[in-house]
Design a protein around this ligand. Structure first.
Ligand SMILES: NC(=O)c1ccc[n+]([C@@H]2O[C@H](COP(=O)([O-])OP(=O)(O)OC[C@H]3O[C@@H](n4cnc5c(N)ncnc54)[C@H](OP(=O)(O)O)[C@@H]3O)[C@@H](O)[C@H]2O)c1
Length: 317
């Protein structure tokens, strides 16, 4: 597939890091350069410096590429991209779409059916790991859709050791990898809530957040340690003119997907409900420019501390 034109849409916190790694690989293997687009096209300037080729719109990327990756915020953005492309009349036969965003399994099934009616393939490849992991090319991918041969021979070689350290094959039904991603986020948001609680406890008891962070990292691993760092470095509430590592609204969306599926299946998710409540309260207080770990600010307030800590921004929304 070295001669296939590959396209990319979505250059947010995750997409830019992932697309940059893919472009580096394409350049190193002398393959065709990535064609890319983004709502805010200037976000791709660094990618262009790596050899990526900007296009004005998703439609232009689809026209030029035979394999198209998407990495966008949520279900409605992905749905509108695909619907507009189908309605544009661009021939889609034999094209391969791979979405890496976190969206509901029903959205994935619907998009897959629409694209397959136009003889295009659709694979769902959501990722585990934040921006630093994406930058390092060490994400964990859950991959599902199309045939075992397309997954193993075409898609996995564009991911393994380029954007990700591991590809979990979830079979031919694309909604299955979406479901695994949503299930994984039950652990993610609950762990963030727990780390936040422990750090507020450490501060209020005089134990100190440094000792707590050492313990969390050593005893519970680098993921939990990374969540603690988001708090102690103030990244849970970054400056207003920056993009959070994992925006609070994206995490609320993920928690909503988990809660809706759980309700349908009669499963109780009290930890997710609590994290959802605290993330929503954080967003009401501090606005959109907050990280998913910003439930910490609410936990601080409940303990009589300020929402902001000494390293975070000091107000505004
Ligand atoms: N960040 C993480 O740690 C993380 C980890 C795993 C999975 N995820 C999932 O990965 C996906 C991307 O996350 P992210 O952190 O990269 O998000 P992000 O930084 O908020 O970027 C979102 C992307 O979607 C685009 N977008 C938003 N609204 C749009 C619209 N109405 N029309 C067209 N494009 C639009 C943005 O364009 P602009 O650049 O123009 O705003 C940007 O390219 C989400 O589904 C998220 O849940 C995130």
């Amino acid at each position: 597939m070295a001669t296939s034109q590959i396209g990319w849409y979505g250059l947010g916190s995750m997409g830019l890091a992932m697309a940059s790694n893919l472009q580096r690989h394409l350049a190193a293997t002398k393959a065709l350069s990535l064609v890319y687009s983004n709502r805010t096209l200037s976000r791709g300037d660094a990618l262009q410096k790596l050899g990526g080729v900007p296009e004005q719109s998703f439609g232009d990327v689809v026209k030029k590429a035979s394999i198209i990756f998407t990495m966008v915020s949520n279900d409605s953005v992905l749905e509108s991209l695909i619907t507009n492309t189908i309605n544009s009349g661009t021939p889609l036969a034999q094209k391969i779409f791979i979405d890496c965003s976190t969206v509901h399994p029903d959205t994935i099934s619907s998009i897959s059916a629409q694209l397959s009616a136009h003889k295009a393939s659709f694979l769902c490849a959501p990722v585990f790991g934040g921006n630093p992991v994406a930058t390092a090319g060490k994400l964990v991918f859950a991959l599902a859709g199309s045939t075992p041969d397309v997954r193993a021979s075409i898609v996995k070689p564009l991911i393994q050791d380029i954007m990700g350290r591991k590809v979990i094959d979830c079979g031919s039904d694309p909604s299955k990898s979406s479901l695994l991603k949503i299930a994984g986020n039950i652990v993610t948001v609950s762990l963030m809530e727990t780390v936040g609680e422990a750090q507020v406890f450490a501060e209020k008891t005089g134990l100190g957040t440094d000792a707590m962070e050492d313990l969390i990292t050593e005893a519970f691993g680098p993921i939990a340690g990374g969540y603690s760092k988001r708090l102690t470095t103030g990244a849970y509430a970054p400056p207003l003119d920056t993009r959070p590592g994992f925006g609070v609204s994206l995490s609320i969306k993920d928690a909503n997907h988990a809660l809706n599926i759980a309700q349908d299946k009669g499963v109780d998710l009290p930890s997710v409900e609590l994290a959802h409540k605290n993330m929503s309260a954080a967003r009401d207080y501090g606005g959109e420019c907050l990280d998913s770990s910003s439930m910490y600010g609410i936990l601080r307030q409940k303990a009589g501390l300020a929402f902001w800590n000494e390293k975070s921004r000091q107000g505004g929304k």
